[in-house]
Write a protein that binds this ligand. Structure first.
Ligand SMILES: [Mg+2]
Length: 254
């Protein structure tokens, strides 16, 4: 099968290498090669074809909203702009632990805002999450965005991809209904129900949890402290790097 993809030539194996590796397949490298050339991505290069997808891959999964995209800042601004004079100022969707607490008319307002064209595409970056991205990149993890697509807002799926093209152009992207279906050594996420479900099926995985009020129980010494969850609040960067490095160096299956 001939497939087109765009990766640096240094990331492509020669035909001989590919055969030795037992992963022979055909690809075309963009417009640079006139003819189909047998080659596959190197193990250490960018991921693509699925040929090398496996336990040995150093995949880091990155959530968007509340992790690297400042969903809550935009939502609070828009919710307060349409609140009534008797309404309490909008704060966030969750109480600690990630339990949904919205009353119906507030939820309806939130979904109305989320359906506005450009809402997702124009979210600001969350600097705390990009500190984690910086360390993940420096360790040569394979960067893969893993974000949940809201069922009630199909246009959000497209805008999330557009956001990634603008802010995380070196990442591949999966918009999914269930994050636990996707493999990674690391999941960087802010929402406990999602990362706990992922840990259920990835018991050796590492969760880097971006600090928010709804996940404060996972702080060190907190009631939900978990050996596989590091809650990153900007003060524990050294510990973050140590845990990332350990996850990177772990042999597959350990
Ligand atoms: Mg999130």
């Amino acid at each position: 099968m001939i497939r087109a993809f765009r990766y640096p030539l240094k990331d492509l194996m020669s035909e001989q290498e590919a055969r030795l590796d037992g992963k022979y397949t055909h690809h075309v490298y963009g417009d640079l090669l006139a003819l189909p050339v047998p080659c596959v991505p190197r193990r250490t290069g960018a991921p693509v074809s699925g040929v090398h997808r496996g336990m040995e891959d150093r995949v880091a999964l990155i959530d968007l909203d509340g992790t690297v995209a400042d969903y809550d800042k935009a939502l609070i601004r828009e919710m307060r702009a349409i609140q009534g004079p008797e309404d309490a100022p909008y704060t966030n969707r969750y109480e600690s632990g990630g339990i949904r607490t919205e009353i119906p008319h507030v939820e309806a307002r939130r979904k109305l805002i989320q359906r506005q064209p450009g809402f997702w595409r124009n979210l600001e970056i969350l600097p705390l999450g990009f500190e984690v991205i910086e360390d993940i990149r420096s360790m040569k993890f394979i960067l893969h965005v893993l974000t949940k697509g809201p069922v009630s807002t199909p246009t959000a799926w497209t805008e999330k991809v557009e956001w990634c093209q603008r802010h995380l152009s070196d990442a591949t992207v999966t918009v999914t209904g269930d994050k636990s279906l996707v493999y990674g050594r690391i999941l960087c996420d802010d929402f406990p129900p999602y990362f706990l479900r992922w840990l259920d099926v990835r018991p050796r995985g590492l969760v880097v949890c971006i600090a928010h009020p709804w996940n404060e129980g996972f702080a060190k010494g907190g009631p939900q402290e978990h050996p596989n969850v590091l809650r990153y609040d900007g003060t524990n960067r050294r510990e973050l790097r140590e845990k990332l490095l350990r996850a990177y160096e772990r042999e597959g299956g350990q």
